[in-house]
Design a protein around this ligand. Structure first.
Ligand SMILES: C[S@@+](CC[C@H](N)C(=O)[O-])C[C@H]1O[C@@H](n2cnc3c(N)ncnc32)[C@H](O)[C@@H]1O
Length: 297
């Protein structure tokens, strides 16, 4: 177990600030999506953070995986979810099982990015209205066509990718309470941590963005190049926010303490697990914390 660096700090991230320009916020979201999807060394077939997240879901949910619909709260520009979908549904197809569906939501919806994702796969839909992760709408809105009663009714899995650390303790408690009252599973996935390896991982973001931006896939445009090489705001904000995020990331023990503040009757039947999944040794790893309601024996 890595040594945890100090207490969790309430520092600020630049792209959280209301004064941060909307245009650059969109570019930062795209940089985050890039960090989720690139593999190191830069081999297209190697594991990325996103494909490792898919592996975690497959491992932890086992044969119950097809019974869920995955709702991405705080989806931003999509983050890891399109790659997670490709991996999971590719594997389910090989096993002759039905694909699972994904729903993108955010307090600040990003229909432009989400339409692009939807064009790539019929497994995606999105909620165009703002969705507050601490006060989510009911199943009928989140699940859409998957909200059928009877044998084929889907369970709700709430995903928080690179997002849970953004919330202060009150916000985080609201999210956890809303999840245990209104869903069947929750997964918190972070690619940074308050550990030495977490800090080294953030340090790698600067060179990665500087050297690999030209291969930025669908996001590459003049603005991206300009704000990377001429006025390097994007690498600066990504590294600065990366360190702030690492200092704000909770340990599993700290999340358990937040859960203890929720009435016991609401938590009844929930099982909690956590762990790490490496994708780029020695420092690249996903830290996850999951809760499952009434897991199969
Ligand atoms: C760092 S981004 C993570 C984006 C994406 N999941 C990823 O991995 O790249 C955090 C996201 O949380 C969203 N957000 C902030 N407060 C929220 C809230 N109360 N409910 C839902 N989304 C929220 C922001 O709009 C932003 O898109």
């Amino acid at each position: 177990m890595d040594y945890v660096i100090g207490p969790r700090l309430h520092l600020f991230e630049i792209d959280d600030q209301p004064w941060f320009p909307r245009y650059l916020r969109g570019k930062i979201q795209e940089c985050l999506t890039f960090c989720w999807s690139f593999s190191f060394p830069y081999l297209r077939s190697g594991p990325s953070a996103s494909s490792s997240l898919a592996r975690v879901l497959r491992k932890e949910l086992g044969s119950s995986l097809p019974s869920y619909t995955f709702i991405d709260f705080c989806a931003g520009a999509g983050g890891p979810t399109p790659i997670v979908e490709r991996h999971l549904n590719g594997q389910l197809a090989k096993e002759g099982l039905e694909p699972v569906n994904f729903v993108l939501t955010d307090l600040y919806p990003n229909p432009e990015a989400w339409n692009r994702i939807q064009e790539q796969s019929p497994a995606f839909r999105y909620v165009a209205q703002p969705v507050d992760a601490g006060k989510a709408p009911g199943k009928e809105i989140l699940l859409g066509d998957d909200n059928v009663t009877g044998k084929k009714e889907k369970k709700v899995f709430r995903m928080f990718n690179l997002a849970f650390h953004h919330f202060d303790d009150d916000g985080a408690k609201r999210i956890l309470r809303d999840a245990v009252q209104g869903s069947d599973a929750i997964g918190i996935f972070e690619i940074q941590s308050r550990t030495l390896s977490g800090f080294l991982q953030v340090a790698a973001i600067g060179p990665i963005l500087t050297f690999l931006t030209p291969s930025h896939g669908p996001f590459l445009n003049f603005g991206h190049l300009f704000f990377t090489y001429i006025i390097p705001i994007l690498p600066f904000v990504m590294v600065f926010d990366g360190y702030m995020s690492a200092l704000r990331t909770r340990t599993p023990q700290e999340i358990l303490e937040l859960l203890d503040t929720i009435p016991e009757r609401d938590r009844a039947g929930w099982e909690w697990k956590w762990g790490r999944q490496s994708f780029a040794k020695p420092v690249g790893e996903i830290n996850y914390f999951m809760g499952i309601k009434n897991p199969p024996e």
